[in-house]
Design a binder for this molecule. Sequence first.
Ligand SMILES: C[S@@+](CC[C@H](N)C(=O)[O-])C[C@H]1O[C@@H](n2cnc3c(N)ncnc32)[C@H](O)[C@@H]1O
Length: 337
Amino acid sequence: MTNKYNNWRDQASVALLQRLFEERGIEGRILGMLTPREVLEGSGWLTNSKIDLWNRTVGSNGDKWFWPENDCYDAVMLRLPRSKKELEMCSHIALSSLRPGCPLWVYGSNDEGIKSSESVLSPLSKSVSTVSYGSKCRIVQAKASGKLAYKGELSDWKYLTKIRFPGFVRDWVSYPGVFAAGRVDPGTEVLIKSLPSIPENSMVLDFACGTGLVGGVVDLQVKSGCVEFLDVDLIALEAVQQNIPEARVIPSDGFSKLGDKRYDMIVSNPPYHRGKAWSEGFVKGMIAGASAHLNQNGTLIFVVQRRLQIEGLISTYFRKMKVLSDQDSYRVWSAEL
Ligand SMILES: C[S@@+](CC[C@H](N)C(=O)[O-])C[C@H]1O[C@@H](n2cnc3c(N)ncnc32)[C@H](O)[C@@H]1O
């Protein structure tokens, strides 16, 4: 489900960054955070330098996941995250991984709000400034202080939200950058309220599970251990593990890591964006790919934006389909093999 990389923002801002590294003659250990490997490879940068890549999504750096060590990097480059809270978390992780006095360079495009990263970085460093700009992109620098206590562990960023559904009241764990952190997404709520009763012992997959809310509610109906949780975001899966300790989590980009595993039901509130861009690719890939992971008479239940024209596609892969709910801009589909 991964498209080839062609995001001009990544390419232009990495080109700016590469020039800055050359001008400053930076050597030593370098960490790239949320920096797509494909872009560094495309620019030829990775051929000549060793850069550790940290990314929260599975397989995106081609390496094993690791948590950055403290006080060991000579420079960190951080691709501007989507939310302010995630920027704050990643900046703390970056600054705690740098040797004192070494630079964190946050990079991104003007239309993503790179300029405003200065206000997030200011409380974390004495010297924050824009060190390079051009091609509608910018690099903001913050130097690591040996005196400030940075929150460099994931556990420093865990927070709880009270979740209430009939028969389901929980303090729900989330982390910055995880979908709908701190609230229940309206699409998730419509999906949960439309779920049919599910026979005990049914094997269910929460596909693109986020913190695991949909699967967590299903888990109440079927016997514990029958629901599995799949997502590409390893930090979201860490939240699932804390919310539902017995959960089996599957780090996977789409169905890629599922092998020949099959379920009685797949439930999903799928994503619609790749970076800033709206994309129906994931939803369509899910409809096309689900039948290979459903048992006979298995069902795919998912919520989408109502405006999405997908009846034709569903009928290509499924024998029966029905709308379980239409609410506001959301539609919940049930498709049976
Ligand atoms: C709209 S959110 C829904 C999360 C959760 N189901 C809920 O309703 O709260 C979509 C989820 O899809 C995940 N996702 C995005 N791309 C993915 C991919 N290629 N493979 C698996 N999961 C993906 C995101 O990490 C996010 O957690």
